[in-house]
Design a binder for this molecule. Structure first.
Ligand code: ADP
Length: 241
């Protein structure tokens, strides 16, 4: 499926450097562990995860149900703070950051394509697209121009004043993807994306969880997780344009 591909690169507003690739890794994990204390004892769901993800890399996490994929994605997105080990994001030591600083990084640098990240029901399509921009230092006129450009690229101009409930499921997903990428995040995290996230996002770092080998083939590298351990790593042999 390629509904993601006809998207043209957006005009970059002045003063926004999110498009520039950072010098070091976007993500650097060392000895990441996560566990739950259950009646039966301590249960580990991530074990000694070590991983570097370079700018512009498209990494896929695969593995059976319960392997820890969602847990790892949530950790990468700063949606979970209860873990041990070292996580550097764009050089920031996440493991030492206060909650509010983690949230600030999440909002400023990360776009989410998660099923559970629903569109806001009481906002129109255009207003939903404006939400990530409102977290950044854009002027109002710039925001309006960026939203208009995204509506155009995603071929949703005619839907801009509709509310999510007035869209089909597929259209809602499309708006969800547009919202994730509109502010040109340094990192896109995707949980079972229904289309593939290649082509127009060529310079963006992407981490996706998928069960689909076809979707995985668009990425550069596949990390296999099992019972919380990284049990394998494969290059797909494919480089994005
Ligand atoms: P995946 O996404 O690979 O299917 P998850 O990351 O959702 O796996 O879950 C990994 C493991 O963590 C599972 O074994 C799950 O049961 C466990 N887990 C998740 N949340 C909790 C919780 N709140 N308490 C105890 N165990 C949990």
């Amino acid at each position: 499926m390629s509904w993601f591909s006809p998207v043209r690169p957006a005009a970059q507003p002045a003063g926004v450097a999110a498009d520039d690739l950072p010098a070091g890794p976007v993500i650097s994990l060392r000895d990441i562990e996560k566990s739950y204390k259950l009646a039966a004892g301590q249960t580990y769901v991530l074990r000694r995860i070590g991983l570097d993800i370079q700018p512009g890399e498209f990494v896929t996490i695969m593995g059976p149900s319960g392997a820890g994929k969602s847990t790892l994605l949530a950790l990468l997105g700063m949606l979970d703070a209860d873990w041990a080990g070292e996580y550097h994001f764009l050089g920031h030591p996440v493991h030492r950051l206060a909650h509010k600083d983690r949230i600030a990084i999440n909002k400023r640098y990360i776009g989410f394509v998660f099923q559970q990240y629903h569109l806001l029901d009481d906002l129109t399509v255009a207003e939903n697209l404006d939400v990530p921009l409102s977290y950044r230092d854009y002027r109002k006129s710039e925001r309006a121009a960026i939203v208009a450009d995204a509506l155009d690229r995603f071929q949703m101009v005619g839907k801009k004043d509709l509310y999510p409930r007035q869209l089909s499921g597929g259209q809602q997903q499309l708006v969800g993807v547009a919202r994730a990428v509109i502010a040109k995040p340094q990192l896109i995290l995707a949980d079972e994306p229904t289309g593939n996230l290649h082509s127009s996002q060529a310079r963006t770092t992407i981490v996706q969880v998928t069960h689909s080998e076809e979707n995985a083939a668009y990425g550069d590298r596949i990390i296999d997780l099992k019972d919380g351990w990284m049990v394998g790593e494969r290059a797909t042999g494919r480089r994005r344009a």
